[in-house]
Ligand binder design. Structure first.
Ligand code: CA2
Length: 149
């Protein structure tokens, strides 16, 4: 059994409480339960983290890198939230730690404001899931398992 890290960035702890037209009615706890069930279907286990702090997300990516090298983790399903559009530091962390990352966005960022059209994460992501609602996390887990097994 391997671990999969499900990592969520800023404000995703608010899922289900506001903006349901954009992000749906489900909470982050609902998302994490779906991810756990999907990973279990493949004999894997999720470890779920959320932070509103860029440095904490970078630390989580570094930790994933070490655990992947130790053979106990497959990679990270990552919704970086608004840091997607701003963070060179997260780009560098993913590249530097050589972590297979599936980038997930609940909404279709390409139909939204222009500032959401660019991602610093996509060039270093192993795959991208956009605009599939919270089902995108399930697809991200499937994609990560497919790419790394
Ligand atoms: O579509 C996505 O998953 C995003 O990563 C969500 C980010 C946004 O900045 C990205 O452009 C696209 C925002 C997450 C905020 O989530 C909230 C959920 C409920 C209420 C308020 C914010």
């Amino acid at each position: 059994m391997s671990k999969i890290m499900v990592l969520n960035g800023p404000n995703l702890n608010l899922l289900g409480s506001r903006e349901p037209e954009q992000y749906g009615h489900e909470t982050l706890a609902d998302v994490e339960a779906m991810c756990a069930a999907e990973a279990q279907r493949y004999g894997h286990e999720v470890e779920c983290r959320q932070s509103n702090h860029e440095g904490a997300l970078i630390d989580a990516i570094h930790e994933a890198g070490q655990r992947i090298k130790a053979g106990e983790m497959l990679g990270v399903v990552f919704n970086p939230g608004a840091y997607t559009h701003t963070s060179v530091a997260l780009h560098d962390a993913i590249k530097g730690a050589e972590v297979p990352v599936i980038e997930v966005h609940i909404s279709n960022v390409h139909t939204r404001e222009a500032f959401r059209h660019h991602s610093y994460i996509s060039p270093v992501a192993a795959g991208i899931v956009v605009g599939m609602g919270i089902q995108g996390y399930v697809l991200g887990i499937q994609g990560l398992i497919h790419k790394t097994s």
